[in-house]
Design a protein around this ligand. Structure first.
Ligand code: PMP
Ligand code: GLN
Length: 384
């Protein structure tokens, strides 16, 4: 069937997401799937039991639109304990259908036609299309291997009268880099004399390694008062399919975000919110994941020693970039396809996260996997 009228797409450049493409390719070719970012190990039994119990007890109707009060209170308490900033659960914390919805609502609530939004590439795939849906203009700042550092002087030069928002992401997907205290100082410097809003995608906040501190915008009052800080329980509790996330923002920004949230989802899965509200009372339930993922990262990187893949160890997130320039000069999209079809390991080509694709010969591997999966993948990668 086809819609009979001629019309123009609002998102002509958007194709099927690389995560969908690579996961399907992995399934079709029976390959190990280290592409799309999701764990291959189970959610904690206690959490699963709680969800089932709340369903059985009958908590199956709409939750309050901004989120269950006890979950919002738990998020506020956890944020204050970790980052020292108190967000009022009544007016400054909103539960969303994953981080994706929080990002969508924050951008949609703030961006008008011709507003400019600065983002760093390689960038997570949902940022630019959401800006474009609002008739805003994404302004891309490319970052480069091996360290993917932000040149803040370059960012400063890109700020115009129209700059409305900067989107940051730490720990960073896909590169596994993190913002440092120095980056934060620079961000404070360039936003000091304007009213630029920040969307801070912090879905990997608890997955940070080697004694580094997560630089949440919530830690810095001057940044917190202009920021939407976005979190995801999917990442923290290995439950990406539950799609529950949240957004922290000052009262007046939250009020605008909730106007959009009210009509995008209205409210988020009720029994899951109840279970999460109980489960986040125990900090160990989320604090232990940094060590668990550090072991997996080290296991994967160590297993690749002696192969022709080159690594700079991931500093955070559950992704590891591998440089394959010693193996081939194929573009990463082609190499990723060949790796999946011929060698049966799927990874994500990172050029797709750039506006003007640059060829760094890098693939992103998700190490949120059982050791056996990582061992099998490493064994195959050694053959290349
Ligand atoms: N931002 C980043 C950087 C991500 O990696 C993800 C995970 N897919 C999201 C946002 C979306 O998170 P969620 O699944 O909670 O919507
Ligand atoms: N965040 C996940 C990743 O980066 C994928 C999420 C999705 O499939 N949309 O791989």
């Amino acid at each position: 069937m086809k819609y009979p009228e001629s019309f123009s797409s609002k998102l002509p450049k958007v194709k099927t997401s690389i995560f969908t493409v690579m996961s399907k390719m992995a399934a079709d070719h029976d390959a190990l799937n280290l592409s799309q970012g999701f764990p291959d190990f189970p959610v904690a039994e206690e959490l699963v039991k709680k969800v089932s119990e709340y369903i059985a007890k009958g908590f199956n109707q709409y939750a309050p639109s901004p989120g269950l009060p006890q979950l919002r209170a738990g998020i506020a308490e956890k944020t204050e304990r970790l980052y020292g900033n108190y967000y009022n659960p009544g007016t400054e914390v909103t539960v969303t259908a994953g981080a994706t919805e929080a990002i969508f609502c924050a951008i949609t609530a703030m961006i008008r036609e011709d507003d400019e939004v600065i983002m760093f590439t390689p960038a997570y795939d949902c940022y630019a299309p959401t800006v474009e849906l609002c008739n805003g203009k994404p302004v891309f700042v490319p970052l480069h291997a091996p360290d993917y550092k932000i040149d803040w002087d370059e960012v400063k030069k890109l700020i115009t009268r129209r700059t409305r928002m900067i989107i940051v992401n730490t720990p960073h997907n896909p590169t596994g880099t993190i913002l440092t205290a120095d980056d934060i100082e620079q961000l404070e410097r360039i936003t000091k004399d304007n009213d630029i809003v920040i969307v801070s995608d912090e879905v990997y906040q608890h997955i940070i390694f080697d004694g580094e501190n997560h630089q949440s915008m919530a830690r810095y009052p001057e940044l917190a008062r202009r920021s939407f800080v976005v979190g995801s329980f999917g990442k923290t509790f290995h439950a990406t399919g539950w799609k529950v996330g949240y957004c922290l923002a000052p009262e007046n920004l939250t009020a605008e975000l909730r106007k959009v949230h009210q009509y995008v989802t209205f409210a988020v899965n009720h029994p899951v919110q109840r279970a999460l509200a109980d489960y986040i009372q125990t900090p160990e339930n989320y604090l232990h994941i940094a060590e668990m993922y550090r072991e997996k990262r080290d296991y994967f990187v160590d297993a690749l020693r002696g192969s022709r893949f080159k690594t700079v160890k991931s500093k955070g997130s559950y992704y590891q970039l591998l440089n394959y320039s010693e193996i081939t000069d194929e573009p990463d999209t082609e190499f990723a396809e060949r790796l999946t079809k011929e060698f049966k390991v799927a990874a994500i080509p990172i050029s797709v996260f750039y506006n003007n694709p640059v060829q760094e010969h890098m693939l992103r591997f998700c190490f949120a996997k059982e050791k056996e999966t990582l061992a099998k993948a490493a064994e195959i990668l050694h053959k290349l």
